[in-house]
Ligand binder design. Structure first.
Ligand SMILES: CC(C)(COP(=O)(O)OP(=O)(O)OC[C@H]1O[C@@H](n2cnc3c(N)ncnc32)[C@H](O)[C@@H]1OP(=O)(O)O)[C@@H](O)C(=O)NCCC(=O)NCCS
Length: 149
């Protein structure tokens, strides 16, 4: 079940960050994201446990996905897809024009997930990532003008 990110989820999301990324967000950074009026983060709950999350900001018609991650023990069960679909549903409700994200060029599971959810490759940012240094692929999801898709 996908629900809005709440203070009670911070430590579990920070743990998922540590398990998934070489440069994880701290509890402080996650807590600050909650305070932003533009934050639309979601978590995926299995029972009472947080097993995935997505970082989404919405501002001036643009949605921006900062991260999506599923706990390593819960992958390939549709949780990543549910989180992306949750972000798209949120964007549609808010009348966004598009959602954009960056992804490491080598991250084929994530690129495949985004493509399956309707994102298109827009271009590249050279040396966008460090630890290790790598290019980012920019991908966008476009809502139609009537916001029906
Ligand atoms: C990318 C990630 C979020 C996918 O989460 P998930 O819950 O396993 O994804 P789902 O089960 O919903 O998979 C949906 C689709 O994504 C693609 N996908 C997911 N994992 C994949 C893998 N290991 N290899 C290839 N494609 C993959 C497939 O197209 C899959 O559809 P299918 O199962 O019908 O083939 C997860 O692998 C993860 O947390 N990775 C580490 C964090 C990360 O790199 N996040 C992206 C940062 S931009």
């Amino acid at each position: 079940m996908t629900v809005p990110f709440d203070k009670a989820h911070i430590s579990a999301v920070a743990e998922i960050e540590r398990l998934c990324f070489s440069d994880p967000w701290s509890e402080k950074a996650l807590s600050e994201s909650l305070a932003s009026p533009h934050s639309r983060f979601l978590v995926y709950l299995e029972g009472d446990s947080v097993v995935g999350y997505i970082g989404l900001y919405a501002l001036s018609g643009e949605g921006s996905i900062t991260n999506v991650a599923t706990h390593p023990d819960y992958r390939r069960r549709g949780i990543g897809r549910a989180l992306i679909e949750g972000a798209i549903a949120k964007g549609k409700t808010e009348g966004l024009e598009y959602i954009t994200l960056e992804v490491r060029e080598s991250n084929s599971p994530a690129i495949s997930l985004y493509e399956n959810c309707g994102f298109q490759v827009m271009g590249k940012r050279r040396n966008f990532y460090s630890n290790p240094r790598e290019d980012a692929i920019i991908m966008n999801y476009f809502f139609d003008k009537d916001n029906k898709n």
